[in-house]
Design a protein around this ligand. Structure first.
Ligand code: CA
Length: 367
């Protein structure tokens, strides 16, 4: 065989080989191929329980797909853009994201409804609104323009009102108080004369210790204990401003629509399971953390703001909401729907939970 024939033969063989490969690729069902996704979250990978839902979803879909649907989770330490999550998922740099809706209030004020709002619903009420009321419908509507599908992604439960170095006895005590309190609650506090400051998480403890700030809010005992605030402020106020903070999963629409149906189902199922688990994990961590704090720091006083302070906070909240509603028709519509649902749901929450807890307190049954 001369060189020319040999080359021709080789060319034919190569063509045949690649044709077979292409045929195999086309005939292989999509579900048999490995799908590799990336997820970016606002939190560092070690910040549990906030970082738990994405890691749990990655673990579950890998198991359910027998290793064929892989999600790599990048924490803040990797992508360095904790508040760029929505943009990165929208742009397709990441197929998925995990963050909290109210961080995007600068993009659209209506995103606040899907985290929590001051004097709003408890987690049970809010989940009922999401899954069986109009919550998910509005969430999809608000996020449609960002090119993402959005799903609940874990709840912190009712957050504590924060750590204060001095007791708050009247509305006047709030005037000039320097406090770290973000979001809508910060806008409400500002109306009452609080000087609202924004300090990076890593500097909060020192700021509180040195008196650069007089108060701050974080989450609840489970997450607060890791920050050490209980060592430098002794008044721990009960919550009013974040009664059920929900995280969210964001999924790029094009990426999701391209997934085989069974992978879509796996993903949705895994997100729902991880969402429930974060709520439970955070509850359990707070159970342990509060028992430890109370024992090691008996000087901590759990307080509820006096009624005139709470009434002033409620009035300021209504003012903030009314101002947004006047400018934004969708805000007005969601607010009306949210309020109507909360009214119905609260009646049942009171019968189901409040009176049971009140009875158990009256009878001292945990003694
Ligand atoms: Ca908080």
């Amino acid at each position: 065989m001369n060189l020319f024939k040999e080359r021709k033969m080789l060319k034919k063989m190569r063509l045949f080989f690649f044709s077979v490969l292409a045929l195999v690729f086309v005939l292989t069902p999509l579900s048999a191929r490995i799908v590799h996704w990336r997820l970016a979250m606002t939190w560092p990978s070690t910040l549990k329980p906030l970082a738990s839902p994405p890691l749990e979803v990655a673990k579950l879909v890998k198991q359910m797909s027998k290793g064929k649907f892989i999600i790599t989770v990048d924490g803040k330490e990797k992508h360095r853009a904790p508040f760029g999550i929505l943009d990165m998922v929208k742009g397709g740099m990441y197929q998925m994201g995990h963050s909290s809706s109210y961080y995007w209030k600068g993009k659209d004020i209506n995103t606040v409804w899907f985290t929590t709002v001051p004097f709003g619903m408890t987690p049970s009420e809010q989940y009922a609104w999401f899954y069986y009321g109009n919550g998910m419908k509005y969430m999809r509507q608000v996020y449609d323009k960002f090119g993402v599908y959005v799903f609940p992604g874990g709840n912190t439960g009712n957050q504590m009102g924060g750590w204060f170095k001095k007791e708050i006895k009247s509305v006047d005590d709030l005037k000039g108080l320097k406090m770290r309190i973000p979001g809508l609650a910060g806008e409400v506090m500002a109306k009452l004369g609080v000087s609202v400051v924004n300090i990076p998480a890593g500097e909060l403890y020192t700021s509180l210790d040195r008196g650069t700030i007089d108060a701050l809010e974080w989450v609840g005992p489970g997450m607060d204990i890791k920050m050490g605030f209980h060592k430098v402020a002794k008044y721990y106020y009960t919550g009013w401003h974040e009664p059920g903070s929900e995280m969210q999963f964001y999924v790029n629409k094009r990426a999701f629509d391209k997934l085989p149906k069974e992978y879509q189902t796996m993903l949705i199922t895994a997100m729902k399971a991880a969402t429930f688990d974060m709520y439970v994990e955070n509850f359990a961590e707070s159970v342990e953390a509060w028992a430890k704090m109370k024992k090691e720091h008996p000087e901590i006083q759990v307080k509820t703001f006096p009624k005139p302070v709470l009434l002033a906070l409620k009035k300021a909240t209504d003012e903030v909401f009314s101002e947004y509603a006047a400018k934004n028709p969708l805000f007005k519509e969601i607010w009306a729907d949210y309020r109507a649902y909360m009214k119905k749901a609260r009646a049942w929450s009171m019968m189901m939970q409040y009176y049971y807890l009140k009875m158990s307190k009256d009878l001292n049954i945990t003694q």
